[in-house]
Design a protein around this ligand. Structure first.
Ligand code: PLP
Length: 454
């Protein structure tokens, strides 16, 4: 439903609180202004005349020490977001001394020599093998995050099919519809099934209705909230049934979390460039884990030609979304993939899938309604009522559901602690409700008694 647009300045004027509470906030095109959870500022310390340089340095040191303690505590109580917080990059500490930047194309060196392209291309080759595409046929790069991979994949689709319509399910990550807005593409929000998968009947009907224009389809390899995997083979069948030949569609697979896990699950369907897909992207800081956000996107060389142009200033080619690119990220990814190897990652995946199942059974034993898709480590359950509990465990909530994504750093002990904490939280909420009813009843009884006296 389209709402009438109200200018940001007007909305701030209409809501006098907004300026005081969130003057800085990027306001959505629609919806209410968010006024809770305002972030605090740590002021930049100016040297002041009555403070010695030594005291100043020790004040700075103290701020950082306190912050590190907070990071450790927050890392220890994290359940909600799909980030692998278990890694040790101590061996790479010396790299902080360098401004490593892979600006431009990963495969063509620019004149800036402080780069990590050797690591980047090594990692890309690893992912190309994982998703089954020959080295000379793919193009890709290490992105800043899964979102950048989606922005790139959809852009490659759009540049190959300028008149194409974007199709994505309503449980798709918001970055995909953001891409449609940025590129001013027509987009169709396809219904979803209870599991969170795309509704195949609805997709088919929409494709049939728009058969005059090419289709750019986002296929989810694990949705953000329910961890649902869209059935790629079925989507391909639907394209055939509705008369779309390979030259009239483009498929981008958003595999932010699960795209990195599914290839390691024996009975799972394959995400593979042997099928007519255009691109796949993942987040690097999700399953692999990294101290900075990062991601990987892979597409076909023949598709990326549509958007690349040579840039003399770089002495390289411009086919990436960003200009300067994080040169540390490829080294983190290379290091982890090399250290663990294919088999190590497979074991991580297996343990996460098993632990997700264990969490589901534990919650069910405690009478908590739970859902876990077969191909997922995202355990969905009733949204906890205590906000403090949600904040303590950093749960991601949407509507009346919350989830825990069981990542490699989440041990069985941690799951046990979490379940115990959740049950206690529910008990507090129930007891408070019971007490409220009792005290209302007592008040009613008392007033009845006093009525009877007169
Ligand atoms: C997390 C996620 C993204 C975005 O990834 P970022 O790395 O946070 O930008 C995209 N799609 C899905 C399905 C996700 O879960």
């Amino acid at each position: 439903m389209k709402q009438d647009k109200v200018l940001r300045s007007q909305r701030i004027k209409d809501n006098s609180n907004a300026v005081a509470i969130a003057p800085y906030q990027a306001l959505g095109v629609c919806g209410p202004i968010i006024t809770h959870h305002r972030a605090a500022a740590l002021d930049v310390l100016e040297p002041c005349p009555n403070m010695s340089e030594e005291d100043r340095l020790s004040a700075i040191h103290e701020v950082l020490q306190k912050y590190q303690k907070k990071l450790a505590e927050r890392t220890n109580h994290h359940m909600g977001y799909p980030y692998n917080l278990d890694f040790d990059f101590g061996a790479l500490e010396g790299l902080n001394k360098f401004s490593i930047n892979n600006l431009g194309d990963p495969f063509i060196e620019s004149n800036y020599g402080v780069h990590s392209r050797e690591f980047e291309v090594g990692v890309l080759n690893w992912f190309a093998r994982l998703w089954e595409i020959e080295q000379e046929e793919y193009w890709g790069y290490i992105t800043n995050c899964g979102t950048e991979g989606n922005l790139h994949g959809i852009l490659v689709g759009r540049e190959n099919h300028p008149d194409g319509i974007l199709y994505a399910s309503r449980e798709t990550h918001y970055s995909v519809f953001k891409a449609a807005r940025m590129y001013r593409m027509d987009a169709e929000k396809v219904d979803t099934l209870e599991s969170g998968e795309i509704d195949y009947e609805d997709l088919k009907a929409r494709l049939a209705a728009n058969s005059a224009r090419p289709a750019i389809i986002n296929v989810n390899i694990g949705t953000t909230v329910k961890g649902a995997v869209d059935d790629l083979d079925r989507v391909l069948d639907i394209l055939t049934e509705t008369g779309y030949t390979e030259d009239r569609f483009y498929i981008h697979c958003d595999g932010a979390l699960f795209g990195m896990m599914m290839p390691f699950i024996k009975e799972a369907p394959m995400v593979s460039f042997k099928k007519p897909i255009g691109s796949v992207s993942v987040s690097g800081h999700k399953f692999v884990g990294a101290p900075v956000p990062c991601g990987v996107t892979i597409t076909r060389m023949r598709y990326v030609m549509a958007l690349s142009s040579d840039v003399e200033y770089l002495n390289s080619r411009d086919a990436t979304i960003m200009g300067s690119r994080n040169g540390h990220a490829p080294i983190y990814l290379w290091y982890t993939l090399t250290l663990k190897g294919y088999e190590g990652i497979r074991q991580d995946v297996e343990r996460c899938m098993r632990n997700a199942h264990i969490l589901k059974v534990m919650l069910e034993q405690c009478g908590i309604k739970t859902m876990l898709n077969d191909l997922s480590n995202t355990v969905v359950f009733e949204r906890p009522r205590e906000e403090a509990f949600v904040r303590k465990w950093q749960l991601a909530c949407e509507g009346d559901i919350a989830h825990v994504v069981v990542m490699p750093n989440i041990t069985i002990d941690k799951l046990e602690e979490f379940v115990q904490d959740y049950v206690n939280s529910r008990a507090r909420v129930s007891i408070a409700a019971a007490k409220r009813i009792a005290s209302e009843a007592r008040a009613a009884e008392a007033s009845e008694g006093s009525d009877a006296e007169c």
